[in-house]
Design a protein around this ligand. Structure first.
Ligand code: FES
Length: 363
């Protein structure tokens, strides 16, 4: 018998929903802040190993607070990330009420004019503010229908979906891997549009063959540090040593030993997260939060030739010298900071308030 497996490249995908034990909010503020730093830095260490998008559900659902949408090339990366998170202090207070495992693959149905058919094997999250996620199971009678019948009903389904072009669908497959058959995740900026789409799909013929499509999660995309602050407790900046602003407006934030050539680092100054970069011995400082969808720029890739950083989420490029956007999707620049080196110390000040620009070369 001929092999039916496909050699196509696929990714593994996990939607892990976490719930915080309220007992964590009664811990001392210093421990809360240090716990957030440890948790976020643990996730940041996996950057490059897997793609991770943080989403918040605080204020939306009662049974979970956080979604970490994880995309990896193999299951080992998912296991190692969760193991590392379990070892953190904050991780000891997080339960996982829902976790859905799936993989990318091509649909067995043919859809004309599908411009992204070949891209469906690779998850590329957009900048959309919201993610709507649910596990999905079809009835067994669906699978007993001739394929041409199913294709006809799927065509109707797709026709309805195309009436809502701002809603983007990520379908992943769970057959044999997890309890559901699919996990569907829709990205969009307007919850009302998604509501209208789902209502209209209920009237489609294929809807009669849905066995289960709950629970449904409405999730808000946000930066990791911002997400952790939705949990309550002390902000992560509290874990940083108190750094007084000097009379000249500069604040010592790090040492050159902590930022060797080629390195980047997130620090805090007056409760603002700042990304430091050492590019060939010259230190630059810009606001850490991307102006597009709030990714952490200290995790971005630096291009020394352009003196620029590429945002790790959607590849927006910012000049490290001016903070200006060199290529989209971001539109707004990021604030820059003046940098002063004194001995082995790195000092920064907001560009507008420092007295004078000082040499920053760390040779
Ligand atoms: S968050 Fe989208 S480009 Fe930075």
């Amino acid at each position: 018998m001929a092999a039916t497996g496909s050699p196509e490249h696929r990714q593994v995908v996990r939607y892990a929903f976490y719930k915080l034990d309220p007992a964590w909010r009664r811990l001392p503020p210093e421990r809360q802040a240090a716990g957030k730093v440890e948790f976020a830095e643990t996730i940041e260490r996996f950057h490059g190993r897997l793609l991770l998008r943080p989403y918040g559900l605080v204020g939306i659902r009662g049974d979970c607070d956080v979604l970490l949408w994880q995309v990896a090339e193999d299951l080992d990366a998912l296991v190692e990330l969760q193991t590392a998170l379990n070892r953190t202090d904050l991780g000891a207070y997080l339960s996982i009420p829902y976790s859905y495992l799936a993989m990318t693959r091509r649909s067995i149905y043919e859809f004309s004019q599908d411009p992204v058919r070949d891209q469906r094997l690779v998850i590329r999250p957009s900048a959309a503010k919201y993610l709507f996620v649910y596990p999905f199971i079809k009835t067994r009678s669906w699978y007993a229908l001739p394929k041409t019948e199913r294709q006809r009903m799927m065509d109707e389904h797709v026709r309805v979906g195309r009436k809502y072009p701002t809603i983007r669908l990520n379908t992943t497959y769970s057959y044999g891997l997890d309890d559901q058959e699919f996990v569907v995740a829709f990205e969009g900026d307007q919850p009302a549009e998604f509501l209208d789409l789902v209502m209209e799909l209920r009237e489609s013929e294929a809807s009669a063959y849905t066995l289960r499509d709950t629970p449904t999660f409405t999730c808000v995309q946000m930066g990791l540090w911002e997400l952790l602050d939705t949990l309550g407790g002390a902000g992560a900046s509290r874990a940083e040593p108190r750094r007084p602003v000097r009379d000249d407006g500069f604040t010592p934030v790090a040492t050159l030993a902590e930022l060797p050539a080629g390195a980047s680092k997130r620090v805090y100054a007056a409760n603002d997260a700042v990304a430091l970069f050492n590019v060939g011995g010259t230190v630059y400082a810009i606001a850490n939060r991307c102006t597009h969808a709030r990714a952490s720029l200290s995790d971005g890739a630096v291009d020394p030739g352009r003196c620029a950083v590429t945002c790790p989420w959607h590849a927006g490029v910012f000049s490290l010298e001016t903070g200006q956007v060199l290529s989209g999707p971001p539109v707004l620049p990021v604030p820059t900071y003046r940098v002063k080196l004194e001995g082995g110390a790195i000092l920064i000040a907001p560009a507008a308030t420092a007295e004078a620009r000082e040499p920053t070369v760390a040779r």
